[in-house]
Design a protein around this ligand. Structure first.
Ligand code: FDA
Ligand code: 7N5
Ligand code: MN
Length: 486
């Protein structure tokens, strides 16, 4: 697309945003407010130090740091409610903070205010083994939960690469490498406890309820899943658990091209093999992972696969998968059967972001996150790879291809203005390409500040207006994480 057309789209989107202001000019945190916050949490749980504020004003992405005015560490829901009430009374913005691993600038304090660091609320409140569910506080991370569950025979499968907080994952509607089989946070959250902007406490599915399904009224749970701190502060999440699979087999499978890998993925999904994981890493990504983790895989487009089930069903899944793979020119499969080998393999995939950045030491990462209908994946991924080459950009591709979701990771120097411009234009073309085939500008990382300009094109005028009406209804003063999403 010509530069002029790109600019027109941008200007149109930002004009529309401008026409419907959602936030009032909120006041900053003055001494009076600071003292009141300290009275709630105690002096050890509040900080105005610049280093602490800067650490909380950015996430793992390239988005510029904007520090909050003060950081508080509440220790329980009652404190979160009291703190919210103080902020509400004084019209001070509130920014919830989980583990800060987001990559769309979600925790950047656009208008300053109070950052609620929830990492000290670390209880696993209710584990119902017979019901296959658990309730966790916002300081519990996905690895901490699975470590806790290790001896129960249960696990929680949603696995973004980072060891993120589970409530932060709910807030961004995160997914991971198991989503193709087990779902994302949207499918795996049964209830949320939320402190609203004015301090009221909401249980999205009703207090104490933890059923597999419900049709009681509006789905408030999924209104808050993906709300990115703009509607309230999640103080606990009730999550679905799964039995740990009896048998697990992982394989690394080199493919002749990203197109063949995409087409093969489609055929595997159609064949009905219940793939537990299917991830694509292109040649550049494989090279980066080999270097970063000291591995020796072939440097070519590669599928990482995993099968779960009984020993007999895993064998059968493998037989069917091998037949499909051979039809698309797959090379020799390398199996990882021992738990330690599998852990090494998936750790390499989970750290793909850092591996990509390590290709250019000192760089920052610009991550794209489009998701398309699965039938469009081969076409979109092929065109994107060609675009990367034509744009002279080094952008390894890693994809949760079973979901039609993939990322390019563009590592760049913060000082290279021209390169940054080329990256911005490439990312814009990629999102436009995804939207044109019925896809989304973000499959899992959220809107944050990075994707705000695309929400209108994606959900339309009415969609955006309804989102904004909901925001106004729940947060009339515009205090919850202002400047994000809508
Ligand atoms: C190496 C690597 C790899 C990956 C990823 C990151 C990195 C660094 N991610 C992105 C990230 O891990 C994911 O978005 C997490 O869900 C963010 O959780 P945090 O707890 O870190 O939220 P973080 O603190 O970064 O906050 C993110 C947003 O949620 C809000 N928020 C956080 N906690 C909240 C709460 N309790 N209540 C209300 N709002 C809250 C914040 O205000 C902010 O808007 C990812 N993601 C993904 O989906 N799939 C993936 O595969 C990966 N892979
Ligand atoms: C690689 C892109 C950034 C993180 C992510 O979402 C993933 O690794 O899947
Ligand atoms: Mn991802």
């Amino acid at each position: 697309m010509a530069l002029w057309s790109i600019l027109k789209v941008r200007v149109r989107a930002s004009l529309r945003n401008f026409q419907r202001p959602l936030t009032t000019i909120a006041s900053r945190v003055d001494e009076r407010v600071r003292v009141r916050l300290g009275e709630v949490v105690g002096s050890g749980n509040v900080s105005s130090s610049l280093a602490v504020r800067e650490q909380h004003g950015r996430d793992e992405s390239f988005h510029a740091c904007k520090p909050p005015d003060v950081v508080v560490w509440p220790e329980n829901t009652a404190q979160v409610r009291q703190l919210a009430r103080i902020c509400y009374d004084h019209s001070v913005p509130m920014v919830p903070y989980g583990t800060g691993t987001g990559i769309e600038g979600g925790v950047v304090a656009e208008e300053g205010g109070v950052c609620f660091d929830l990492s000290r609320m670390t209880d696993i409140v209710d584990l119902h083994e017979e019901d296959l569910d658990v309730t966790v506080q916002p300081g519990v991370t996905r690895v901490a939960l699975n470590t806790h569950l290790r001896h129960t025979g249960l696990w929680f499968p949603v696995d973004p690469g980072a060891d993120a907080s589970l409530c932060g994952m709910a807030a961004t509607s995160a997914s991971g490498t198991h989503t193709t089989r087990y779902g994302s946070m949207r499918e795996n959250v049964a209830n949320l406890e939320v402190v609203l902007a004015d301090g009221r406490l909401l249980h999205t599915a009703g207090e104490g309820r933890h059923t597999r399904k419900t049709s009681a009224g509006y789905n408030l749970t999924n209104l808050f899943v993906g709300s990115e701190g703009t509607l309230g502060i999640i103080t606990s999440a009730t999550l679905r658990l799964f039995p740990q699979p009896e048998a697990v087999a992982s394989a690394v499978c080199p493919m002749p091209s990203v197109t063949a890998a995409g087409e093969c993925t489609l055929q595997l999904l159609r064949s009905g093999v219940p793939l537990a994981r299917i991830e694509l890493l292109d040649d550049v990504m494989m090279d980066a992972c080999n270097r970063y983790k000291g591995l020796d895989y072939a440097v070519q487009p590669t599928l990482f696969l995993e099968f779960h089930g009984t020993p007999a069903s895993v064998q059968e899944q493998i037989r069917t998968a091998e037949e499909v793979l051979s039809g698309y020119g797959a090379g020799q499969l390398r199996w990882a059967l021992a738990a330690s080998e599998r852990a090494r393999l998936w750790e390499a995939r989970h750290q793909a972001y850092y591996a990509a950045r390590a290709l250019r030491p000192g760089s920052v990462g610009y991550v794209t996150d489009v998701c398309v209908p699965i039938s469009k994946l081969p076409e979109v991924i092929t065109t994107t790879k060609e675009d990367l080459i034509q744009s002279r950009l080094t952008g390894p591709i890693a994809g949760h291809v079973g979901d039609g979701n993939f990322h390019c990771i563009l590592a760049f120097s913060e000082h290279g203005e021209q390169e940054r411009q080329r990256i911005t234009e490439f990312c814009h073309r990629l999102v436009t390409r995804a939207l044109a085939v019925g896809g989304t500008c973000t499959g899992e990382h959220g809107v944050g500040v990075g994707k705000r300009g695309y929400l209108l094109d994606e959900v339309g005028e009415t969609g955006l207006e309804v989102m904004r009406q909901l925001k106004r209804a729940l947060d009339p003063k515009g205090l919850m994480n202002p400047g994000k999403v809508v």
